[in-house]
Design a binder for this molecule. Structure first.
Ligand SMILES: [Fe+2]
Ligand SMILES: [Fe+2]
Length: 297
């Protein structure tokens, strides 16, 4: 349709790495090996991640998507070989004529060593464009993308290393939240529908906050900052696709695009008349839309 701009939200692709390529001997400490074994038990769920990402690129091309919005968790354990494989696996998506906008997930910054060598930036730095760098904190976030004359994305980084094996929670630094508030009232975004992107879910599918060890520490603060905005919060982390409204904020969780049996995505159709969000899923050979579940914004 003329005048329509489409944005594809997907997440948590957790690209599989052949077991022999995991660098256990060089960079995993003993405590980590124990947990890595547990994490790797779920590998079979993501065994077809690369094939699905190629299919996702075909789907995005067919839909003439104008922007790819990925809310993190490219890897499982945040190791260098996983990053390299994940980067290759999204090659078809990167080759599309559409900006790839993203944030790190907790699995991408799994242990402090990923922060020490700025690993996410090393592999995905070319994607971390900021159209309004004056709005960012010293760490470079939030990152704003002016995607279309009527659409923008503002990315905040909620992921952090969790060396404790029982914990996978996150937090958006206070300074980023403050700047997010400034961005949402900035004249450059005034006439745009804004996708606020972060990895962690502000709410679970049933509307309750996620647990202390798995959730976003300052979910309520994020929702307060976003209250009243013309836009939506996009997240991943919870591997189920859903959408709900909380504290007056529309929230979309893309789930995981590649987790076997529960693959999900959202396609946003943006027109001057409004925004329509279409849920998508995997039918065994490709991604398909479920128009009956459309949400008008
Ligand atoms: Fe995930
Ligand atoms: Fe996650």
């Amino acid at each position: 349709m003329p005048g329509m701009y489409r944005a594809l939200h997907f997440s948590d692709v957790h690209v599989d790495l052949p077991l022999g390529q995991f660098p256990f001997g060089t960079m995993f400490n003993k405590r980590f090996v124990g947990f890595a074994n547990l994490a790797l038990r779920r590998r079979h769920r993501f065994a077809a991640a690369r094939e699905k990402l190629a299919a996702l690129a075909a789907f995005a091309r067919d839909q003439q998507v104008g922007a790819l919005l990925c809310t993190g968790d490219f890897t499982v354990l945040g190791t260098h070989p996983e990053y390299a494989v994940a980067k290759a696996a999204i090659g078809d998506l990167l080759a599309l004529d559409a900006p790839f906008v993203t944030v790190p997930g907790n699995h991408d910054v799994y242990l402090p060593d990923t922060r020490a060598d700025d690993r996410f930036n090393h592999y995905f730095g070319e994607l971390l464009v900021n159209d309004c760098p004056d709005l960012a904190t010293e760490d470079g976030w939030p990152r704003v993308r002016l995607l279309d004359s009527k659409v923008a994305a503002v990315c905040v980084d909620s992921a952090r290393p969790n060396p404790q094996v029982w914990r996978s929670s996150g937090r958006i630094p206070d300074a980023q939240l403050e700047r997010l508030g400034a961005a949402l009232s900035d004249p450059r975004l005034a006439d745009r529908f804004v996708f606020v992107m972060t990895h962690y879910a502000p709410r679970r599918r049933d509307g309750t906050p996620d647990t202390r060890h798995h959730g976003l520490d300052n979910a309520d603060e994020l929702l307060s900052v976003c209250a009243g905005m013309r836009g939506a919060v996009l997240h991943g982390h919870i591997h189920h696709r859903y959408s709900l409204e909380a504290q007056g904020v529309r929230i979309f969780g893309a789930g995981s695009a590649t987790d076997r049996g529960r693959e999900g995505l959202w396609l946003f159709e943006c027109t001057p008349q409004g925004i329509r969000a279409l849920p998508g899923s995997w039918n065994g050979s490709g991604y398909v839309l479920e128009p009956s579940g459309a949400i008008e914004l």
